[in-house]
Design a protein around this ligand. Structure first.
Ligand code: ASP
Length: 728
């Protein structure tokens, strides 16, 4: 028998062994999860040469001179890049889709037929579009966090950060007239960066291929490799004759960017190094297992199911009439994109058992924290405190989702809410208002509300609203919504809901442009006097929305403090720094053109060709290739755009770069920094990127510039465009 002492040291030893063993596993899984979306501040620290890049860090980002970053723009939620000295921008077809849709009528259907402006005067305004260019950035974490103190409760904390951010933004904009300032939170509750941007407000459509090319494969192929979609379009940014940003005017002139990208006429091949500069939207790699579990078990399945149903309703109604489908197409596309992305993520979470992996990692982290009294004092309850916030969210999910998706589902209800919010927020001092209603943003908020009317289609709105109200009948006792209960009281909730909806839509005038515009200028009391049933319904819900806002402020305040502590202790534990999660700020990612294995015994090569388009073509949507394109391929009329080894025009490229939504439209650059493709998607397995990146399955997709130029030259005869791109 072992002595007590021996036993103790054995336990200690085996404990240490297990600990080290687990740490090794943790480290290996962390290696898989390595992030690669580098913010501007990190670029100079990177060894680009060893990755095969010929450009230097300074060529990419040089705050004191001109660099590639100056050619990169943000367009709505997407990225684009200047490709000529006259403000010509290349981005994705799906990024410009809203503008093409808005400019289309059943008689002049630009979505279906595509569009090419032969001269500047033929270019069409892309209403509501802006182009954003980075001027400069600086870390303002200290100044933001200086307003916090230990006595603040969580809601106060969150409000204080919000207010401080608005103060800095206002001060900065006052000092830099004509510019826009924005502060991005890099690490939650820890670091904040102030960006100064130029916004160009006159944007016009230049060249968009027909949908059968720009969206070839449609939703079937979305998030899928191998891919054959010509997801590109060209737009142009304009400014006033004096060079300043201006709203649309015939007198405006093309913008001259500091930098524009050269076209990499040779293209790229398998294994060659490439990089991307762009605006990735959001990743959640630093969140906890409890967050991921909520996403996996509750939020994503709810949304994917709801959107799937909404899409089927809209598709059915759109079938009858092109004028109706033109109103609904953009929304269908957006919902379908999210729905399939979530389905991909759900599959990935399950396949990788990510939640339990994260839980194991967190147990190890907890052991590390507990093994030192001082650490335990500071960080001991961080994980459990975060977990209890997600528990709280779970306990009210149905209630909160009903309030949220009432607005998402019914445009009429969300217009009413915006009108009421405007009346209440505009009475407050500017700095205390919700951001959309501050003076600096209100004009744009109004414009986008008024523009939303052009896609308003009452039958869809009514059906969607009915679904949310019908679901609310089944809410559990402790999550009931009393203003809705009042509507559905009585023996027959369905009849009551129908009567309510009919009254709402027949008496509310909010869908009328002039009425809406006037309502947006009214005080709360004036709105009450309008006796608009929709405004009255939303007014009855306002105490609930107010409560929800306060609850969320408290949660955000708490999470902001807790996630900041979590990152601190993870750094201590892993003895390394992290890259902040994507947050719509400019990032660099690099790697190479590379295939992958999506499943056991399958290998996918990284370059597709026009041959694949022909193979997929069935003649019906979404595989209805234009005859001319088929002919060009038959004649092997490839011009200079042929890939020599593949003996065909390359269509799409696959590579192991770290991207997410928002990287749509980002230029794919070769080692010399020339554009060789336009990023537009990821493979299905890589939808999980947002939670965890992996060399194995994280692959992104671009349309090859050779395909873009082949289509432009041979299919569309876009001579002027090619000339402008410097192609002789
Ligand atoms: N297709 C994507 C998007 O909609 C791009 C991506 O998420 O990779 O933004």
């Amino acid at each position: 028998m072992k002595s007590q002492k021996e036993k103790k040291s054995y336990i200690k030893f085996s404990g240490l062994f297990i600990f080290l063993f687990l740490i090794t596993i943790f480290f290996s899984s962390v290696t898989i999860a390595d992030e690669g979306m580098y913010p501007l501040s990190e670029i100079k620290k990177l060894d680009l040469k060893s990755k095969g890049l010929k450009v230097t860090a300074e060529d990419i980002y040089n705050p004191d001179g001109v660099s590639l970053v100056d050619a990169i723009v943000n367009i709505g939620g997407c990225t684009g890049s200047f490709v000529s000295p006259n403000g010509l921008i290349i981005t994705n077809h799906h990024c410009a889709f809203g503008a093409v849709q808005a400019a289309s009528t059943p008689e002049k259907d630009l979505v279906t037929n595509g569009f090419l402006a032969e001269s500047l005067t033929e270019e069409i305004p892309a209403k509501g579009f802006t182009v954003r260019i980075v001027d400069s950035y600086r870390d303002v974490s200290e100044s933001v966090l200086a307003v916090l103190n230990d006595t603040m409760d969580f809601a106060t904390r969150s409000k204080a950060i919000d207010r401080r951010i608005k103060e800095i933004i206002t001060e900065t904009e006052n000092k830099n007239p004509g510019k826009r300032a924005e502060i991005s939170e890099m690490f939650i509750g820890k670091s904040y960066v102030l960006f100064i941007y130029t916004y160009l407000r006159d944007v016009r459509l230049v060249y968009v291929p027909p949908r059968s090319i720009g969206e070839f494969g449609g939703e079937n192929d979305n998030w899928i490799w191998p891919r054959h979609t010509g997801d590109f379009s060209f737009i142009r940014a304009y400014v006033a004759p004096d060079g300043s940003p201006a709203d649309y005017s015939q007198d405006n002139v093309p913008y001259h960017p500091k930098k524009y990208l050269k076209i990499g006429l040779e293209g790229v091949d398998e294994n060659e190094p490439v990089f991307i500069l762009g605006y990735p939207g959001r990743t959640y790699r630093h969140r906890t297992a409890s967050y991921l579990a909520f996403e996996e078990e509750i939020r994503m399945p709810y949304i994917a199911d709801l959107y799937e149903w909404q899409i089927s309703v809209m598709e059915e109604l759109g079938k009858k009439d092109r004028a109706i489908s033109l109103k609904l197409d953009g929304r269908i596309k957006g919902l379908a994109n999210t729905m399939k992305n979530y389905r991909g993520k759900l599959q990935g979470l399950k396949r990788l058992q990510l939640v339990s992996k994260k839980r194991e990692e967190e147990q190890l982290l907890q052991s590390f924290i507990d093994s030192d009294p001082n650490r335990k004092k500071w960080y001991g309850s961080v994980l459990s405190d975060i977990n209890s916030i997600y528990e709280e969210i779970r306990s009210r999910t149905q209630y909160e989702f009903t309030l949220d998706y009432l607005l998402q589902s019914s445009n009429l209800i969300s217009l009413a809410k915006a009108v009421i919010d405007a009346s209440r927020e505009r009475e407050k001092p500017d700095i205390e208002r919700a951001s959309a209603y501050m003076d600096r943003n209100f004009t744009r908020t109004k414009e986008s509300l008024l523009m939303s009317l052009s896609n308003f289609y009452e039958p869809v709105d009514k059906i969607f609203l009915k679904r949310i109200l019908t679901d609310a009948v089944k809410l559990p006792e402790n999550q009931r919504i009393s203003p809705i209960d009042k509507i559905i009281s009585g023996d027959n909730p369905e009849t009551a809901i129908n009567t309510f909806i009919d009254k709402l839509y027949s008496s509310s005038k909010l869908m009328d442009k002039t009425y809406l515009e006037e309502a947006l200028a009214k005080s709360y009391n004036e709105l009450t006097n309008l006796n608009d049933p929709c405004l009255e319904f939303v007014q009855s819900l306002m105490p609930l929305y107010d409560e929800l806002r306060t609850v969320r402020q408290r949660r955000d305040g708490a999470l902001s403090k807790l996630y900041a502590l979590l990152v601190d202790v993870k750094k201590l534990y892993l003895k390394k720094d992290f890259i902040p999660d994507a947050n719509s700020t400019l990032r660099l990612t690099f790697g190479k053109i590379k295939g992958y294995s999506p499943a056991d015994a399958l290998y996918s090569a990284p370059i597709t060709t026009v041959k694949g388009i022909i193979e997929k073509t069935t003649g019906t949507d979404p595989y209805a290739t234009p005859k001319k394109l088929i002919e060009l391929h038959k004649e092997k009329n490839f011009g200079r755009w042929k890939h020599k080894k593949l003996n065909d025009v390359p269509v799409a490229l696959l590579y192991n770069l770290d991207t997410t939504g928002g990287n749509s439209g980002s230029p794919l650059l070769n080692a010399k920094g020339e554009i060789v493709g336009v990023n537009f998607d990821r493979c299905y397995e890589a939808t999980i990127n947002d939670y965890m990146w992996s060399e194995e399955y994280s692959r992104s997709i671009a349309v090859d510039i050779r395909y873009v130029l082949w289509v432009a030259e041979k299919f569309s005869n876009a001579t002027n465009l090619l000339k402008e791109l410097g192609i002789k």
